[in-house]
Design a protein around this ligand. Structure first.
Ligand SMILES: Nc1ncnc2c1ncn2[C@@H]1O[C@H](COP(=O)(O)OP(=O)(O)OP(=O)(O)O)[C@@H](O)[C@H]1O
Ligand SMILES: [Mg+2]
Length: 229
């Protein structure tokens, strides 16, 4: 469904060199690599926020040249508007783009908040929520747009170990229900193994060899399907 081919990017130094991979429809793929190896750069290219120096990205065979509602990104830092209530935050995207009427957006947002266990908190402000709850609001904020591809850039970074474990289970349940094609980015092996049906490894040491290596590790069965990795 997503094809990335020969991606290169240089800032003051070379960040990506000839990077290629594919994302399968309905799969949860993990992109793992150490801090600074270029994971967020790849995510921003898929989202259409930045352009590569060389290489191509395509979704459903169409080249990615700009941001679009078919691809949504949840960032490693919180992106909620602290002056808006939880409900308004979730409704904001489709309202701002004009994709839904106020009534429709409100109904969808309330449905998602119910699913995310946040319905009672709809009139609270982000500052009144715990870190895990804010992350769930962000997921709802992305899901309301019904994207073809979810890009989650270290979405649980900074959460305590227990909350993180719960959020991982939470997303896996959600994924099992929707099978929405997901690229899940992490810098931690343990999280990669918990989350990934398939783990793509980006290792910056290979940059010295003038080539970016993507090793693909296929896990036998996905954990949500009762398999063990
Ligand atoms: N706009 C920019 N201008 C200059 N350099 C940049 C820019 N964005 C990223 N970089 C550099 O590119 C490299 C890759 O950054 P990127 O944020 O993609 O890494 P990352 O793998 O997401 O790291 P982390 O795990 O810490 O989030 C880093 O060395 C970073 O300093
Ligand atoms: Mg990053």
């Amino acid at each position: 469904m997503v094809t990335v081919s020969g991606l290169s990017k240089r800032y003051s130094k070379e960040v990506l060199k000839d990077l290629s991979f594919e994302l399968e429809e309905g799969a949860l793929t993990v992109l793992m690599g150490p801090s600074g190896c270029g994971k967020t750069t790849v995510a921003c290219m898929l989202a259409g926020y930045i352009a590569p120096d060389a290489g191509t990205l395509a979704i459903d065979g169409r080249p990615i040249t700009a941001a679009g509602p078919d691809r949504l990104m949840v960032f490693q830092e919180t992106a909620l508007w602290y002056w808006m209530t939880v409900l308004d935050n979730v409704m904001f995207g489709p309202r701002a783009s004009g994709a839904m009427s106020a009534g429709e957006a409100r109904e969808k947002a309330l449905g998602l908040l119910r699913k995310f266990g946040l319905h009672e908190f709809r009139d609270k402000y982000p500052g009144q929520l715990s870190g895990g709850m804010r992350r769930r609001v962000e997921l709802a904020q992305a899901m309301i747009n019904n994207p073809r591809l979810m890009i989650l850039d270290e979405p649980f970074r900074g959460l305590d170990v227990m909350t993180r474990g719960l959020m991982q289970e939470y997303y896996l349940d959600l994924f099992a229900e929707s099978r929405r094609t997901t690229l899940f980015i992490t810098s931690e092996l343990e999280e990669a193994l918990v989350m990934g049906e398939r783990v793509l490894v980006m290792d910056e040491r290979y940059l010295e060899l003038k080539r970016q290596l993507m090793a693909t590790l296929y896990l036998p069965e996905h954990r949500v399907d009762g398999g063990s990795a």
